[in-house]
Design a protein around this ligand. Structure first.
Ligand code: ADP
Ligand code: MG
Length: 237
């Protein structure tokens, strides 16, 4: 599903964190919000998720205005940086949790968790507790919790930043594969330029709550609009 932000702004008290941001994310796209720490990436993502209210502007998903809609009805699912797994529950129950809350039929829970664990290669880990898993496996469980909800839009907030360099490279490839396999729209937040360049088909560069430039990775690299984008993306301009 396509996601569109129109003149979105957000203030915390007198602090304008997001300033008049408009963006278009095409259906099935892999969009990456990139920019230095504190530039407002997470706030923007949380507004799309409905976890944070907008101060002004509108957010629409597939043409429907969701600005006032509660998170659970938006058809989005968020994957967090710190995994946010339940330590006392098995991998299976962690992935099943939101489905059980929604009182999904038992067969649906089994089928969806089964599908997600196959995609994420977690079949062998379903009875384990999170503490018995590697960092990469824990991150996969966190992604699995989103997949079982069959969202139209996946939201990732720096999901790989707690992993070591080697595992990050591997997980990046897995995310690309997952995107291809699911065909869903993905919106991914990172402060890492390399991650942005390798994952995105469309990059949104932010600085101080202002959208600096949006475009395909190579367009930004070849034709940066300003010195900040050039410096941040790493083009020689
Ligand atoms: P990023 O994810 O790009 O690092 P954030 O969206 O988390 O940036 O934060 C952007 C700015 O907004 C930061 O200066 C942060 O301190 C501030 N901020 C975020 N959430 C709140 C909040 N709930 N109350 C006050 N300030 C906030
Ligand atoms: Mg953040």
């Amino acid at each position: 599903m396509s996601v569109r932000l129109t003149n979105v702004a957000k203030s915390f008290g007198a602090f304008n964190v997001i300033k008049d941001v408009s963006m278009d994310i095409p259906d099935g796209g892999f969009a990456v919000f990139v920019g230095p720490s504190g530039c407002g990436k997470s706030t923007l993502l949380r507004m799309i998720a409905g976890l944070e209210e907008t101060s002004s502007g509108t957010i629409s998903i597939e043409g429907q205005d969701v600005t006032q809609m509660e998170p659970a009805k938006r058809g989005v699912a968020m994957v967090f940086q710190n995994y946010a797994l339940y330590p006392h529950l098995s991998v299976f129950e962690n992935m099943a949790f939101s489905l059980r809350l929604a009182r999904a039929p038992k067969e649906d829970v089994l089928r969806r968790v089964g599908e997600a664990s196959r995609i994420l290669q977690l079949d062998e880990q379903l009875q384990k507790k999170p503490s018995q898993l590697s960092g990469g496996q824990r991150q996969r469980v966190a992604i699995g919790r989103a997949i079982v909800r069959q969202p139209k839009v996946f939201l990732f907030d720096e999901p790989l930043s707690n992993l070591d360099a080697e595992l990050r490279v591997q997980m990046r490839l897995e995310l690309t594969r997952l995107h291809r396999q699911l065909g869903a729209t993905m919106i991914y937040v990172t402060h890492d330029q390399v991650e942005a360049m390798t994952l995105a088909d469309k990059i949104f560069v932010l600085k101080g709550g202002i959208l600096q430039q949006a475009g395909a990775p190579l367009d930004l690299y070849d034709n940066p609009d300003n010195r900040f984008v050039a410096g941040f993306i790493g083009s020689p301009a």
